[in-house]
Design a protein around this ligand. Structure first.
Ligand code: ADP
Ligand code: MG
Length: 253
């Protein structure tokens, strides 16, 4: 097996909401160039973990490094510019932007709420390289014909593609996908999976929260199972399937 080369290292990360300990990760590493799947029952803390690590929320304690750089205390847009981005669902405000505008806003690494469409429009004339990147990504994800359509008028599956494309605007080295296939029809699911594998084959590191075990087994290089905020098991897909703690976590929920 390959020599370990962790791109992300997390230590003693905790986050509580009121009395509820949502995340308590003692140690977790994500190896460069892999697809790592996070699995676990609803409420296990997977999304909360994503929010802390990507800088969208602050943990109560703990540290983590990306490419060796400590990230605690850094805001999401800075972390994104360092090369680690998470996708998030398009908000109401973003639905009123076109596909192209959404991608150009993605280039800032911002979640978008603080920006107005007018700002984006003024960029359109200035930021030719950003626009070129956006158009390349629209092409890559077969969204070119949606370029000037509002995100709100796109299908659920097209929005998922747009969310992924948006995250890629900052040229990330690692991308965090929280249930990228949810609500997507089976045909587009295959296409999304193909895109995710192509990104990995291009050398990108991917962390993916996914419920469908067939998808997880088919696509991931490494699987990490969360339950009640903690990592209860991790391993290669074919090994993790038969791990008793994983079976218990799913059957017990
Ligand atoms: P998962 O993504 O694995 O389904 P979450 O990370 O969304 O789990 O949630 C973990 C736990 O934290 C759940 O019990 C959830 O209700 C709680 N939780 C998540 N976000 C918040 C929040 N903003 N305020 C209060 N509780 C939250
Ligand atoms: Mg979740």
């Amino acid at each position: 097996s390959a020599k370990p080369d962790p791109i992300l290292v997390v230590d003693h990360l905790t986050k509580s909401f009121g009395g509820l300990r949502a995340v308590r990760v003692d140690h977790l590493e994500v190896q460069r160039g892999t697809i790592t799947a996070l699995i676990g029952p609803n409420g296990a803390g997977k999304s909360t973990f994503f929010n802390q690590v990507s800088g969208f929320d602050r943990p109560d304690s703990g540290g983590w490094t990306f490419e060796g750089h400590p990230l605690a205390g850094k805001p999401a847009y800075q972390i994104a510019r360092m090369g680690m981005v998470r996708t998030f669902q398009l908000t109401k405000a973003l639905m009123r932007l076109t596909a192209l505008e959404n991608l150009m806003l993605g280039a800032t690494g911002q979640s978008g709420e603080r920006f107005l469409p007018a700002i984006v429009r003024s960029w359109r004339s200035q930021e030719k390289d950003v626009q070129r990147r956006a158009e390349e990504l629209l092409d890559r994800f077969n969204l070119t014909r949606m370029r000037d359509e509002f995100a709100g008028s796109m299908s659920g599956g097209q929005r998922k593609l747009l969310e992924m494309a948006r995250a890629l605007m900052v040229h990330p080295t690692m991308i965090m996908l929280d249930e990228p296939m949810s609500g997507v029809n089976p045909a587009l699911t295959q296409s999304l999976l193909g895109h995710i594998q192509a990104l990995r084959d291009d050398g990108m590191t991917i962390i993916l929260v996914e419920h469908d075990m067939d998808v997880v087994m088919g696509i991931s290089d490494w699987v990490v199972c969360f339950a009640e905020g903690e990592v209860i098991a991790e391993g290669r897909p074919r090994d993790i399937q038969s791990t008793q703690a994983v079976i218990d976590a799913y059957l017990g929920s």
